[in-house]
Design a binder for this molecule. Structure first.
Ligand SMILES: Nc1ncnc2c1ncn2[C@@H]1O[C@H](COP(=O)(O)OP(=O)(O)OP(=O)(O)O)[C@@H](O)[C@H]1O
Length: 274
C-alpha cells in the first residue's frame, strides 16, 4: 500500500501532533480532575455524577463491566464528547470543557485506541519520525533533514518500546504486540503529560502482555498513564490503584486487592474474575 493510500485510510489525523512542552500546572494538585460529570445519550446516563482524580505521574487502571462508561469517560477527557454537567480540569489552569479536541491533544494528552494504527509501509523509525512532526504538515518531515535532537529522541523512544533492533524494518512485519508498542512510541514522541490507553493487551500473547506491563510501568512517573483494561490478570500485574466504574460512576477505588474484595464490586462482576 502506498504511503498516500495509508495516510488517506487512517482513522486518525496528525494535525494535533504538535506539543513538546506542556504548560500544565500540577504544583497545587492533580493532573486530571473530573467533578460531578454527567452525560446522557437519549435520556440514558452513560456517565452519572462521575468524580475522578489522577495524580501527576500516576499509573491508574480503570476497570468496569461492559457499558460502565469507560470509553465515554475517555471521550470526555479528550474533548470528543461534551458532558451535560460537571467540570474537567487538566492541571489547575486548563478547563478542558472549553477546549477542542486538537487543543486538548496539544496540551499533552495522548490517546491510544485499542486497534493499532501504524503506517505499515514505513519503517519503525519513520513511523516515529512522522509522529514527531513539529508542525502541522506531515510530508515535509519525511524529507526534511533531521535535527540531531530529533534523532536522539527517536533513539530514546526506540529503547523504551524495545524496538531498536527492528528500527529499519517496515512496521507491516511487526507482530500485533510490537505494533501496539510502536503506536505507544508514536504518542511518546510528543512527550505527553497524560497517556490514555484503551485495552492495550487485547489480542496479545502472554509474553507480549508481560512486555507491555513493563513498558507501561516504566512510563509512569515520567507521565501519567490511565489504562482501561478488561484483563484482570494484566491489571493486577501493573496496577497500584484501580478505579472500578459501574453505571457511569465510581463504584470502588483502591488497590487491586481492596477492590476485588469489595462486596459491591464482586456483585457487579458476578460470574467474572474480579
Ligand atoms: N453515542 C452514544 N449514543 C448512545 N449511547 C451511547 C453512546 N456512547 C455510549 N453509549 C452508551 O453509554 C453506555 C456506556 O458506554 P461506554 O462505551 O462508555 O462503556 P464502556 O465501559 O467503555 O464499555 P465496554 O467495556 O463495552 O467498552 C453504554 O450503555 C453505551 O451503549
Amino acid at each position: 500500500m502506498s504511503i498516500m493510500t495509508e495516510l488517506a485510510n487512517r482513522d486518525r489525523v496528525f494535525n494535533f501532533l504538535t506539543p513538546t512542552d506542556s504548560p500544565v500546572d500540577v504544583r497545587h494538585g492533580p493532573i486530571l480532575y473530573l467533578e460531578d460529570v454527567t452525560v446522557s445519550f437519549d435520556g440514558f446516563r452513560a456517565i452519572n455524577d462521575l468524580n475522578l482524580t489522577i495524580d501527576d505521574g500516576e499509573l491508574r487502571c480503570i476497570i468496569g463491566p461492559n457499558g460502565a462508561g469507560k470509553t465515554t469517560m475517555m471521550d470526555i477527557i479528550t474533548g470528543k464528547t461534551a458532558p451535560d454537567t460537571g467540570s474537567v480540569w487538566f492541571g489547575s489552569r486548563h478547563n478542558l470543557l472549553t477546549m477542542s479536541e486538537p487543543e486538548i491533544a496539544s496540551l499533552g494528552i495522548g490517546r491510544k485506541f485499542q486497534k493499532p494504527s501504524v503506517f505499515e509501509a514505513l519503517t519503525v523509525f519513520e513511523n516515529l519520525e512522522l509522529a514527531m512532526a513539529t508542525d502541522k504538515r506531515v510530508f515535509p518531515t519525511l524529507t526534511a533533514t533531521m535535527k540531531p535532537e530529533y534523532r536522539d529522541r527517536i533513539g530514546e523512544v526506540l529503547e523504551t518500546i524495545g524496538l531498536k533492533d527492528l528500527m529499519h524494518r517496515p512496521a507491516g512485519i511487526l507482530s500485533h504486540g510490537q505494533k501496539q508498542w510502536l503506536e505507544i512510541g508514536m504518542l511518546l514522541m510528543q512527550r505527553p503529560r497524560l497517556l490514555l490507553v484503551d485495552e492495550p493487551v487485547a489480542g496479545m500473547t502472554e509474553q507480549e502482555m508481560e512486555r507491555t506491563a513493563e513498558l507501561l510501568t516504566s512510563l509512569a512517573g515520567k507521565q501519567s498513564v490511565v489504562v482501561v483494561e478488561h484483563d484482570m490478570g494484566f491489571v493486577r500485574s501493573i496496577a497500584r490503584k484501580v478505579t472500578v466504574l459501574h453505571q457511569g460512576s465510581v463504584l470502588a477505588e483502591g488497590t487491586m486487592d481492596q477492590v476485588s474484595n469489595d462486596p459491591e464490586v464482586i456483585k457487579v462482576y458476578l460470574g467474572e474474575e474480579a
